[in-house]
Design a protein around this ligand. Structure first.
Ligand code: WTA
Length: 664
């Protein structure tokens, strides 16, 4: 049975089945929103799809061009030779700093930084940012870095990371940021693959009051990187850094040299010149260097920030991602700064020293837009709600989620407890490859259905197709493809010319294949079902791990769950669940029975887990993604050869998981 409910603001009717909910944009969000009714969204969306060149020509004005482009879009998805704004020239750092520093925003905070220690805070105004970027760009030049060269950045989440990235962009060098949680080995691999000649790092990072010896890791990585001529080190913690003569120097000493000026003309970059490389793991063991080019990426980052987060001049925008991930690139740095916004960078963790650290930081800086990951929300949900309620979070207006499907229960908790039912929750779906958000509800215009990332962003033409490329009926699960190019789409894989086409454009020729499963409902809302390789086939029935997890998490005693398949004699594949319970809950057979009941009740007996392991923690990458590969192996009884575990945040966990699995 379904019911339809008319949107307050337009004639559209959005429906939901009985077990689904619809949450309309809260009035206070809608009233101030830049796009405040569904009809307006539709109109713009249709323009963007029917007349993409007109639409993207108009949006190109979000950035300042040094020379106008002569063609909006060249090439396409047939060959992966799409190029945006051909002939146009611009500079990313000019657009993020100079053009604001020359207006009333000169003394506005561009970056507010909060360190892990409560007393460590810094603010960079647009003018200060501009000066620092110019000076550091001159330092890079002094070290021989030229247009087109690659520079690897391996830093904690500190303002210098932003300054370094923009300084690279200023002189036309390509930045390659490596997340500070990666090992020496992964760092070395990324430096070599990108052919970087300079590395920027820090003495150490901080995590739960302990030091992470970044410089030590960098030294180890550089042993196998003979091409790197210089290493510039930020003094962040005061830990010994062991500078190596002839190669290493301090950031602060470089910056205060008499020959380093505060003026550095921005390089005129071609729109299609690469802006950065960012490595991401694919289905193979070797990470791919995803390349984004300048013009298209910047326009797309700016436009998505503007409409998905509805950012305005009085907002404080806090994206909790590390700058080493694409979310950090597009929504800590480029998106907010392109629009002259204030971006908050927080070095610490959500639950250190106490489970209310995020809420305390949000209250302290009067954050109005907050963007985090479901895994963070779930871990904070495990704690008492009092941790949230003891803070005044009245400044919040938009709550974003990214990185994995957000279960409806988690969505509702976010909406109810953090947002007090007066903030819009936007579940944003996208990938490193897509440059920016491609599916999300616009906060003032699109009613949300918890668990769905809602509707495509402007210029995105999604389709859910079966294995043969035929479009699925509404409600049918298939694979998500995007049928037309958009400006945020990656331009290629670094150093491997044919790989982009081969990896993304051949499964469904002429279409971009996301690798994600999805279903579109009657209203066109997209329900992401997890990576296609996370889809289970139990007795010939397709089941999404995310769906089963969602059902398990629905049990009030469960905090978090990860589901994988394991080989089963009769069913082909069977379901195995790893479950974390809320603090204070007794983990016994009765609970496991209840969980099974719950899954049976919500999805059906077919999805009922054959095995349930109650564990202390799940194996996750440092960015919070569950490493299902590891769980799959353990569930299949393979206790070795886990492949690359460099990204695992808690390496000691593996033996615990094996013990639990073997004992069951
Ligand atoms: C998943 C992160 C469901 C998806 C920006 C995608 C999501 C992968 C969502 C990309 C979401 C990200 N709902 N799934 N809102 N957001 N994903 O490259 O499987 O680190 O393919 O980019 O994360 O991860 P990546």
């Amino acid at each position: 049975m379904t019911y339809a409910k008319a949107s307050a603001s337009s004639a559209v009717s959005i429906s939901a089945s009985e077990e689904q909910r619809i949450v309309f944009p809260p009035k206070r969000v809608q009233e101030r929103a830049q796009i405040r009714d569904y009809g307006h969204y539709r109109e713009l969306y249709e323009l963007s799809i029917n007349y993409p060149t007109v639409f993207w020509a108009l949006q190109s004005r979000l950035v300042d061009w040094m020379k106008p482009f002569h063609k909006v879009l060249g090439g396409g998805l047939e060959n992966g030779d799409h190029s945006w704004y051909e002939g146009g020239r611009l500079n990313a750092s000019y657009n993020c700093a100079d053009r604001h520093a020359a207006t009333w925003r000169r003394d506005k905070a561009a970056i507010i930084w909060q360190g892990e220690d409560e007393n460590d805070t810094r603010t960079l105004t647009y003018y200060e940012l501009y000066i620092q970027v110019c000076r550091f760009a001159n330092v890079l030049k002094k070290h021989g870095v030229r247009r087109g060269d690659r520079v690897t950045i391996y830093l904690p989440l500190i303002p210098e990371a932003a300054v370094a990235m923009l300084a690279c962009a200023r002189i036309g060098a390509v930045h390659n940021v490596v997340f500070g949680g990666f090992s020496a080995e992964s760092l070395g691999e990324r430096i070599r693959d990108s052919g970087s000649k300079l590395l920027i790092t820090a003495d150490a990072g901080k995590r739960r009051g302990e030091l992470i010896p970044l410089k030590e890791y960098a030294d180890r990585a550089l042993e196998s990187c003979p091409e790197v001529e210089s290493c510039i080190v930020v003094r962040h913690t005061g830990a010994p850094a062991g500078l190596i003569g002839g190669r290493d120097s301090w950031w602060h000493e470089e910056m205060r040299q008499a020959d380093i000026f505060s003026v550095c003309l921005p390089e005129e970059m071609d729109s299609c010149d690469p802006l950065f490389i960012l490595y991401t793991s694919g289905s193979t063991g070797k990470p791919k260097g995803v390349v984004h080019s300048t013009g298209g990426y910047l326009v797309y980052a700016a436009l998505t920030t503007r409409y998905v987060f509805d950012i305005r001049d009085d907002d404080i925008f806090w994206c909790t991602a590390d700058i080493g991930w694409i979310t950090g690139h597009s929504y800590v740095l480029y998106g907010p700064l392109l629009l002259g916004g204030t971006t908050l960078m927080f070095e610490g963790l959500p639950n250190y020293p106490r489970p209310d650290r995020f809420w305390q930081v949000a209250e302290k800086f009067r954050v109005s837009i907050f963007y985090t990951a479901p895994t963070v929300i779930r871990s904070l949900m495990r704690e008492s709600e009092d941790w949230v309620y003891r803070h005044d979070l009245g400044s919040l207006r938009i709550l974003g989620s990214v990185g994995e499907p957000i279960n409806p229960d988690v969505w509702m908790w976010y909406y109810r407890v953090v947002g007090r039912e007066r903030c819009a929750v936007v579940d944003t779906y996208w990938q490193t490859e897509t440059g920016g958000i491609i599916v999300a509800p616009l906060p003032g215009a699109i009613p949300a259905k918890p668990g769905s990332a809602a509707l495509p962003f402007f210029g995105i033409k999604p389709a859910v197709v079966d294995r043969d490329g035929r479009e699925c009926e509404p409600g049918g699960a298939g694979q998500l493809v995007i049928e037309e190019p958009w400006p945020g789409l990656m331009s290629g894989v670094f150093g491997e010319p044919g790989r982009f086409k081969q990896n993304y454009l051949t499964a469904y020729p002429g279409k971009y294949f996301t690798g994600d499963g999805a279903a579109a409902d009657e209203d066109g809302y997209l329900w992401l079902l997890g990576r296609v390789d996370d889809v289970l086939n139990v007795s010939g029935h397709r089941l999404s791990t995310a769906e089963i997890e969602s059902a398990i998490v629905n049990h009030p005693s469960v905090a978090e769950a990860a589901v994988v398949g394991f080989p089963h004699e009769i069913k082909g594949e069977a379901v195995c669940a790893y479950v974390i319970v809320r603090s204070g809950v007794k983990a016994d057979q009765e609970l496991k029975d209840q969980i099974r009941q719950r899954v049976r009740g919500i999805i059906g007996p077919i999805a009922c887990p054959d095995r349930i392991h109650i564990v202390r923690e799940l194996p996750k990458t440092r960015s919070g993604k569950i490493m299902r590969r590891v769980l799959r192996k353990i569930s299949s009884g393979e206790y070795e050869n886990f492949g690359d575990l460099a990204a695992l945040s808690d390496p000691g966990l593996i033996s615990e998981l094996i013990e639990e699995a073997a004992g069951a």
